[in-house]
Every structure is written in structure tokens, then in C-alpha cells.
Design a protein around this ligand. Structure first.
Ligand code: FDA
Length: 325
């Protein structure tokens, strides 16, 4: 039902006036510029949230376009430092040119990473569709090899390969591995990915356990209670939690701006009630803050990639009590 409804909305999108899309996306996109994002974060700080900030935009078509992202992210790092924000950044490797010119793309990412490292700011490599899974993981490993450790990847539980990726990354980086685990927004083919809700939840929970047992840092990025409740139980089982030093024997001391081995992450505008509950229990909670001029393309692409999102968005508008900001 949710997917069918979503497909109907997606089919109507081309005739939807831009201002309607803007009005809907206001809840999920912090604004067109950094200053708007700052205003949103200032409000959320009072809810004990910290942040990961994303400059909207993905795959570029010419390597010169990467300059925009490098410059904007450099400005963003300066703002984080100047405003003393409890924030790190999320980047998409394809926006830095990885698929156009691999060496240049890597050099672009390294430049930004070095700048972030000066201020002990962590950089998360968002995970895009399966075409770039290997490349994204390789970027992370290559940067660690250069001694840049303020970087970690996202893994998508829906992909069959994820368990093997966790094992591989943990075996190379040891407790230096720092993951964000999410279900994965891209509806990947059934040859390579789970497609049913229950399978995806089970795979998410299995990945969380595996990451925790690998002594890595785990950012649990989900708004779904069966995943969150599983994560809470898994943490308790390992005697991890608010106000407790990470007891896992191989776990490193926490980095600046990070929790004791784990944190919860949610998207701006989604399930604020659950996030606030977790924060009030003392868990570190991070909000993903997207901003940028490409808000329209971003909103449309997300809906097209996964029509169920259209259902969530509509439900949040029509039944606001089911999904508080
Ligand atoms: P599920 O989709 O079942 O949602 C649970 C509930 O949350 C819904 O019932 C609804 O109430 C609410 N909800 C979820 N999404 C909503 C929306 N868009 N609008 C309104 N309500 C919504 N994916 C990826 O492929 N690569 C990545 O790098 C990232 N990065 C990332 C960072 C962070 C911080 C988060 C939270 C998520 C991602 N994702 C991602 C997206 C992720 O893979 C996944 O698609 C969404 O989080 C939705 O999955 P849930 O686990 O929340 O469950």
C-alpha cells in the first residue's frame, strides 16, 4: 500500500509546482545556505542534539563542478569551528569527482579531510547506490592508510554484501573502524539486496551486532523502532550505554565529538519525538542536516529512488502525531 501510494505521488511529481515541493521539503532540508542551516541547528541544540552536515548535491558531470563542493565544505568547516558547533560533516564521494577522475576525486577528498583533521572534525562518507560501494569503501581505507583516521563509511543493511564488508573493514582498521549503519535508501535489485521489510530489519540488527562485536564505533541511523529497540538491547547486553565508559576490551577512547562507542542518528524532520526520548535517556543523538541550492533535485531524487519515502512524507503531513519533528 505504502509503495503503491508512493508510486502515484512519484508519477505526479513532474506536474507538481516547484513551490509545493519547496513547501514540503522545508521540513527535511535546512535551507539553501549555511546560515539557514545554522539557524536550524541552534534550535535543535536545546534538544541535546549534535549534527552531521551535508551540502546537497551528488554525482557531478565535470571535474570542475567538484570545486563548488570543496569550497562550500571548507567554508562549512570554518563555520563549525567559529560557531563552536558540535558537528561533523557528511560528504558524497561522487560529488568530489570519484567517478569522473579517480585520482583527482581522491585528492579532493584528501584535501578536505586534512583540513577537517586540523580541527578534529570527523568526515562521514555517505553511501550511494551499489555502483560505488567498492569505491567508497576504498576511499575510506586509502585515507586511513595515509594516516587520516577522521573518516568512516556508511554501510547499507539491505545489501547482501554488508556482513562481508563489515568483516573486511574491521580486519583492516581494527577498532579504528567507524560505521554508520542504515537500511539503505536505494531500492537495489533482488540479486544483490534484501527487498522485504522484515529481512531488511533483521539484516540491520545483525549488522549492528557485528559492528559492536568488532569493537568499532557504530552510528545507528534509523527511525524504525524494531531497529532502535534492538540496538538498545544490544548495547545493554554489552554493558554499553549513557554515562558508561565503553567496556569493550579493544575499543579506543572516544574521539572528540563522539559518544562511548556508539550514537543514534536521524534525519532532520523525522521522528523528533523518538530522538528526544533517546537524548533524554542520555544517548548521543545526531541529526543529519542537509542544506544547499540543490534542494529541489535532492528532494525529487529521494522520492524517485524510494517511493516509500513519499508515503512517509505524506503521512507526516496528514497525521502529524505519527511523526513529530
Ligand atoms: P523506515 O523507512 O521503516 O522508517 C521508519 C519510520 O520513520 C517511518 O514509519 C516513518 O515514520 C519515519 N520515516 C522514515 N523516513 C522518513 C522520511 N523520509 N520522511 C518522513 N518520515 C520518515 N541511506 C543510504 O543509502 N546512504 C546513506 O548514506 C544514508 N545516510 C543516512 C543518514 C542518516 C542519519 C539516516 C537517518 C538515514 C540515512 N540513510 C542513508 C537513509 C536510510 O538508509 C533509510 O532509507 C531511512 O533512514 C529510512 O529507514 P528507517 O530505518 O528509518 O526505517
Amino acid at each position: 500500500m505504502s509503495r503503491l501510494f508512493g508510486r502515484m505521488v512519484v508519477a505526479m511529481m513532474p506536474i507538481m509546482p516547484r513551490f509545493v515541493v519547496r513547501w514540503i521539503s522545508r521540513r527535511y532540508v535546512a535551507g539553501v545556505d549555511m546560515e539557514s542551516a545554522l539557524r536550524v541547528m541552534r534550535k535543535l541544540e536545546s534538544q541535546n542534539a549534535c549534527f552531521t552536515i551535508d551540502v546537497l548535491g551528488e554525482e557531478i558531470t565535470s571535474i570542475e563542478e567538484a570545486d563548488y563542493f570543496i569550497e562550500e565544505y571548507e567554508r562549512l568547516l570554518k563555520m563549525i569551528v567559529k560557531e563552536k558547533l558540535d558537528a561533523n560533516i557528511s560528504i558524497k564521494p561522487t560529488a568530489f569527482g570519484l567517478l569522473i577522475d579517480r585520482d583527482k576525486g581522491l585528492a579532493n577528498i584528501e584535501k578536505l579531510l586534512r583540513e577537517a583533521a586540523k580541527h578534529e572534525i570527523f568526515v562521514r562518507l555517505d553511501m550511494e547506490d551499489h555502483r560505488v560501494t567498492d569505491d567508497t569503501i576504498e576511499v575510506c581505507l586509502a585515507m586511513h592508510e595515509k594516516g587520516l583516521e577522521n573518516i568512516g563509511v556508511v554501510l547499507q543493511a539491505r545489501l547482501f554484501r554488508t556482513n562481508a564488508d563489515i568483516e573486511n573493514i574491521c580486519s583492516i582498521l581494527g577498532p579504528g573502524a567507524d560505521f554508520r549503519i542504515c537500511k539503505g535508501i536505494y531500492l537495489e535489485p533482488s540479486e544483490i539486496a534484501h527487498t522485504q521489510y522484515k529481512e531488511i530489519v533483521d539484516a540491520s540488527n545483525e549488522a549492528i551486532d557485528k559492528m559492536l562485536d568488532g569493537s568499532s564505533y557504530v552510528a545507528i541511523a534509523s527511525h524504525d523502532l524494531p531497529v532502535i529497540d534492538h540496538a538498545l538491547a544490544a548495547l545493554e547486553e554489552r554493558k554499553m550505554g549513557p554515562g558508561v565508559d565503553d567496556p569493550r576490551p579493544a575499543a579506543p577512547p572516544p574521539r572528540k565529538g563522539k559518544g562511548e562507542g556508539y550514537e543514534f542518528q536521524m534525519l532532520l524532520g523525522v521522528r523528533g519525538d523518538v530522538r528526544r526520548r533517546l537524548a533524554s535517556q542520555g544517548h548521543r543523538t545526531r541529526v543529519y542536516i542537509p542544506y544547499g541550492e540543490q534542494w529541489y533535485e535532492y528532494s525529487m531524487r529521494r522520492l524517485r529512488e524510494n517511493p516509500t519515502v513519499a508515503w512517509h512524507v505524506t503521512k507526516a503531513m496528514l497525521m502529524p502525531w505519527t511523526n513529530k519533528r
